[in-house]
Design a protein around this ligand. Structure first.
Ligand code: FAD
Length: 501
């Protein structure tokens, strides 16, 4: 066994994944003696050029690499995000918010939703959104930082960012290079492997440069240059569950409401995203090419912008799923090189981040222990399938039957994990979170209710409050949340005051 430490890391790709990995590795591993990080990227190939909405975990990543939040907001023209507004997903004309954070407050030792379900039976017509500070502040265009040590609803506020992905990668590049990462411009044209082990030994670039390494991080995007192409790790195809396989993206000038929310509007064969930044709005139409052709999808997108297009539409194709093993031999793939799940819940950048965290905690030595590799792959697989299940929920639980696409989604056979969750919630309003999965009970609650899954009854303890007391407490919670949201600064005021604009 060769337990010598690894000192030469080579990253292929300078998209969001490549520069996130470079910055984090430099920050944490870069202090080890003789440790070097080289990143190879090809400007001629470019990056995927989309990927702008995130989830709250990114705050932890930015802090870990020492970013100042306001500098980050300015540099990436970022806005805040308090959740996702889903329009026309249940039926045309209907909308709901999947907010970050929790709803209401737990009472008598049981979860809030049981009191909300009881309130409904007693005639309360308020939607679950009205019990979420993130949903109410988001809809009102308001933002402020959480106040964790108070009794205010702001104690439990969670937030994320919407940013310009190209600017984020450039911002990280500056940080990484300052921390010692060496960047090489060039196109990888050949991958040299050791004859005995099949490990990647070196990359040959189009300009004749040879880049040798011990651990290779594949951040080459959909090409999956090392993991998919050189090491031939197969792709687990999940397109029968998630049939969207195409997207067209276009930024436009600012227009319409500029709230701290990402919007997802269901269309006849997919959905359209709207991500407002400080200087423009990112838009895209994700669709199933079996049900809609590209030119119609592009026309539909261009006909539904809140401003003037700022570029030619960017056409993309993909397949839902992931590489069967994200780590094989001495190659670890991150980002699109490892897999892709459509951006319905803004999870791709998070998957990069969690892959980096996992790589850090299982960082190998030259023996490349199979036990650690297996652990990495098992956790990665679980994370992808948990997210997949949550995405499938959005498509399957719908009343829409106005197109073949929606009829397909309504009738598709669901993964077992989702069926169990829906069945339990429908019966008794209970929700469980397994293996510390990414989406919490609060997320499942908002999306199940938003997609029309209605519980038949609630926990018996909710009956310990009499009818009047139940309705009074619910009204009080709503009032406090609404008043708190109204008193917050607007997002624009907040950014101006704090120096983030
Ligand atoms: P890329 O950006 O494609 O980068 C690949 C890099 O590899 C480039 O630098 C390229 O030059 C380099 N490269 C490739 N081949 C070679 C070679 N032969 N030699 C040298 N260099 C090479 N994520 C979110 O979190 N939120 C979102 O809202 C979101 N929206 C998305 C919408 C769509 C339609 C798509 C497709 C993705 C979206 N994503 C989103 C995902 C997000 O864009 C990516 O996860 C993220 O940008 C990481 O991409 P990447 O770095 O893996 O790949």
């Amino acid at each position: 066994m060769n337990a010598e430490p690894i000192t030469k890391v080579v990253i292929v790709g300078g998209g969001t994944a490549g520069w996130m990995a470079a910055t984090a590795l430099a920050h944490i591993m870069g202090k080890l003696p003789s440790f070097s990080i080289t990143l190879v990227e090809s400007e001629a190939i470019g990056t995927v050029g989309v990927g702008e909405a995130t989830i709250p975990q990114i705050i932890g990543f930015n802090r870990m690499i020492g970013l100042d939040e306001m500098e980050f907001m300015r540099e990436t023209r970022a806005t805040y995000k308090l959740g996702i507004e889903f329009v026309d997903w249940l039926r045309l004309g209907h909308s709901y918010v999947h907010p970050f954070g929790t709803h209401g407050i737990d009472m008598l030792g049981i979860e809030f939703q049981h009191f909300w379900i009881r309130g409904k039976a007693l005639g309360d017509t308020a939607s679950i959104d009205e019990y979420s500070i993130a949903a109410m502040a988001g809809k009102a265009g308001k933002f402020d930082w959480p106040r964790p040590d108070t009794k205010s609803p702001m104690a439990k506020l969670a937030y994320a960012f919407q940013f310009d992905a190209a600017r984020y990668a450039a911002f990280l590049r500056k940080k990484a290079e300052a921390a010692g990462v060496r960047r090489i411009e060039g196109r990888v044209v050949e991958v040299e492997q050791e004859s005995e082990t099949g490990h990647v030994a070196a990359l040959m670039l189009d300009n004749g440069t040879k880049v040798e390494g011990e651990l290779f991080v594949d951040c080459s995007g959909f090409r999956s240059l090392l993991l998919g192409q050189a090491l031939d790790v197969p792709f687990s195809d999940w397109s029968h569950w998630l049939p969207c396989d195409s997207a067209v993206a276009v930024p436009c000038t600012l227009g319409g409401r500029n709230e701290p929310l990402t919007r997802s509007t269901a269309r006849s064969a997919g959905w359209q995203w709207r991500i407002p930044l400080q200087h423009r709005i990112g838009n895209g139409h994700v669709f199933a090419s079996d049900h809609l052709d590209r030119s119609e999808a592009t026309d539909l997108l261009l006909a539904n912008l809140d401003g003037e297009p700022l570029a030619e539409p960017n056409q993309l194709s993909f397949k839902a799923g992931h590489r069967a093993r994200a780590w094989e031999k001495n190659v670890v793939a991150l980002g699109l090189a490892a897999g892709f799940l459509e951006p319905l819940e803004s999870t791709s950048i998070h998957l990069v981040q969690s892959g980096i965290a996992r790589l850090m905690s299982l960082f190998p030595d030259k023996s490349f222990s199979e036990v650690e590799i297996a652990r990495f792959n098992k956790e990665t697989e679980r994370e992808y399938s948990d997210i997949r299940d949550f995405l499938v929920l959005h498509y399957h639980c719908t009343e829409r039957d106005d197109s073949d696409f929606w009829r397909y989604c309504r009738n598709l056979e669901m993964p077992d994990g989702v069926l169990e969750k829906i069945e339990m919630f429908r019966r008794s309003g209970r929700i469980f979170r397994e293996n510390n999965e990414l989406f919490t009970e609060a997320s499942w609650l908002s999306v199940m209710l938003g997609q029309g899954v209605v519980p038949l009854t609630h926990h018996p303890v909710a009956r310990l409050l009499d009818e009047t007391e139940t309705l009074n407490r619910l009204a009080h919670i709503r009032k406090v949340i609404e008043q708190t949201a109204q008193q917050l600064p607007t997002q624009d005021q907040f950014l101006q005051q704090r120096g983030g604009a």
